[in-house]
Design a protein around this ligand. Structure first.
Ligand code: IMP
Ligand code: MG
Length: 180
């Protein structure tokens, strides 16, 4: 079985949107906010956004947590697991939580509760992609790169069974059966 990825957002479109989002969020950010990327999907978003913020004079601290709510398939289990926790002391800090996709909302709702319990004074959220049609728990991100319909996407850190994270663009994976 082969597959192709049809481009939804090009590398240039994503980079331009990230610069624009950095400008939108800058007035709301402390001088040294703690960026927390939800791995593995937010790996590239975190790397690009921290540099976009740096160009605007913001000096973010960076931390990560590995959360998992997906098995190998494409449907959420609704159960969020902490596979690796963030380690920085968040007491009294402003946190900017980053994820690749806001889908059912389970992951970010869980992460926000957890970070609040750890003493963060303010938690802002940013996602590259939002799929509002798929929400299971009410959740709105403070900053959204692109709003998309209900489709399974890959690239720019986002995977299908660990494939396609390396793509600089975001696309839809099409399965092609047969020889090709
Ligand atoms: P939620 O907890 O359902 O909001 O799921 C969020 C997580 O599900 C994202 O961080 C992704 O890891 C994963 N996810 C949701 N939609 C997609 C998709 O279209 N492609 C790949 N992963 C997805
Ligand atoms: Mg994820």
């Amino acid at each position: 079985m082969n597959h192709q990825v049809t481009i939804l957002f090009t590398e240039t479109q994503i980079q331009e949107r990230i610069s624009a989002m950095a400008k939108e969020m800058a007035p709301h950010l402390d001088r040294e906010p703690v960026l927390i990327g939800v791995l593995k999907g937010a790996l590239i978003l975190t790397a690009d956004l921290m540099r976009a913020l740096s160009r605007l004079g913001i000096k973010p601290f960076v931390d990560f947590m590995v959360l998992s709510s997906y098995g190998k398939g494409t449907t959420s289990s609704g159960q969020v697991q902490v596979r690796m926790d963030q380690t920085m002391d968040l007491t009294g800090r402003q946190v900017l939580l980053l994820d690749d996709i806001l889908d059912s909302g389970n992951t970010l709702a869980f992460a926000v509760r957890r970070l609040r319990d750890k003493g963060a004074t303010q938690i802002l959220t940013c996602v590259l992609l939002d799929k509002p049609a798929r929400r299971e728990v009410p959740f709105a991100a403070d900053f959204v790169g692109f709003t998309i319909p209900d489709a399974f996407v890959v690239g720019y850190g986002i995977d299908y069974a660990e494939h396609h994270r390396e793509l600089p663009h975001v696309g839809v994976r099409l399965e092609t059966h047969g020889k090709e």
